[in-house]
Design a protein around this ligand. Sequence first.
Ligand code: DQQ
Length: 541
Amino acid sequence: GSASQPYRTAYHFQPLKNWMNDPNGPVYYKGVYHLFYQHNPDAATWRTQIAWGHSISHDLINWVHLDHALHPSESYDINGCWSGSITLLPGDVPAMFYTGVDSQGRQVQNLATPKNSSDPYLVEWVKSPHNPVMIPPSGVGESLYRDPTSAWRGPDGVWRVLVGAEKNGNGVAFMYKSSDFVNWSLTESPLHSSENTAMWECPDFYPVEENGEYGVETSVQGNGLKHVLKVSFDSQEAYILGKYVGETDEFVSESNMVGGGLDLRHDNGKFYASKSFYDPARKRRVLWGWVNESDSDEDSCRRGWAGLQSFPRSILLSKTGKQLVQWPIDEIEKLRSEAVSFHGEELHGGSLLEVSGITASQADVEVSFKIPNLEDVEALDPSWINPQVICSSRDASVQGRYGPFGLLVFASESLTEQTAVFFRIFRKNLDSLVVVMCSDQSRSSLRGGIDKTTFGAFLDIDLRHESISLRTLIDHSIVESFGGNGLACITARVYPTLAIDEAAHLYAFNNGTRAVEISRLEAWSMKKARLAPVTHSDEGL
Ligand code: DQQ
């Protein structure tokens, strides 16, 4: 943030200028992390003729922007190089799949490989002479067929890849097979499909360990694993868990995509077109997601840029095995500078506690709330099945018994501007408690013309044994929150007019009538990450 650019981020990835959307082809190659992304080189708005931006890093924090990796240039991609993925082939050769919008406006799948695979920066990419390698199957709309995943290898040594689509009004993940990575044939049945959803954009399919601490490489199959199928539709993401049987290519899922915000989601706020990759250097799976603006195209043009990537998150299966957990990658700690902390502070009903001594517009905050006694907990209305509805009908200003309590971020001096990230506790049946996590943007800016939707998520924790933890990454115009050590995540974009830069304040608050205790709060000012174009001094990087 600077006086003229208060919303530019300090440690969330963004290009130097113009429009960015989906993360594409993340990969770790010869000691270097690569991030590609949908980028319009000419304007701060999206257009169909989009290109692949390309940046590299040694730590997923500091980035060097390289030249674009792909531009529309051939009949099979002249109307756009859309989203795709990278697969590392045996012998450490990267292969890139992307969707091309061809000269007829048809979506097809294309292949590209590095010009020089001994170059760890993978600066130049060559489009395959075999393109397009996949075209819309019969019965599939020409503009409803895109976003190839990373490929994986079955026990038979044959490659598989998924392509997102819509067929007969249902979301579909088509599967293709190939022995040589060039000739691909569509399998008889798709990996999965669901009614009630729109076109499945940006599918992602990967294994996770049961009761494990490590990420799993995409081709690994066998015991002790579940598979995750994630798809993006209707401005939201959904995932299902299941068992993938490599021998038969069956994905036996535990549930189905339902839509309407009721699915399992990586993030219940603004987070779309996400893509994960396996990082062999740290044996983890890392997830990137696109975080769009919440103001208008005119605002983006005035600023000269639009779109952020979420802070990279490591993903694991939760202890219960019923959902994923996500956590900002550890490297973030390198950016922490001034720190403040409290222990054992009681927050009475209706009280506010300022967290001062750090830069509240560029911060990392961790807090744990202990609830001393849980008596007379408010009943949850049985019709409240959508947490977003609970959070918007009972925003931070609505007093409850246990909650709302949490953090006020980007708060102005007189609190006229504030974004509230908070919890409420309800009783479901006689003895079961429900925790709702909310991110309330309704007072985040005095400006109009901004989407200030409030977001919500259920948090599956056992209050008899656990306190309620919240981690919030604050970065000028993004608020990325992790509840219950990453069981529920909510990302929001905000555009304060008063609570900017040094004028932003941070508070812990309790607007419930019952006291809660902050067992621990630690907050840090964050240093600025380096995001810069390539220079000569990077040549030995
Ligand atoms: N964005 C890309 C598509 C994808 C969509 C185009 C998702 O490939 O389906 O920029 O945001």
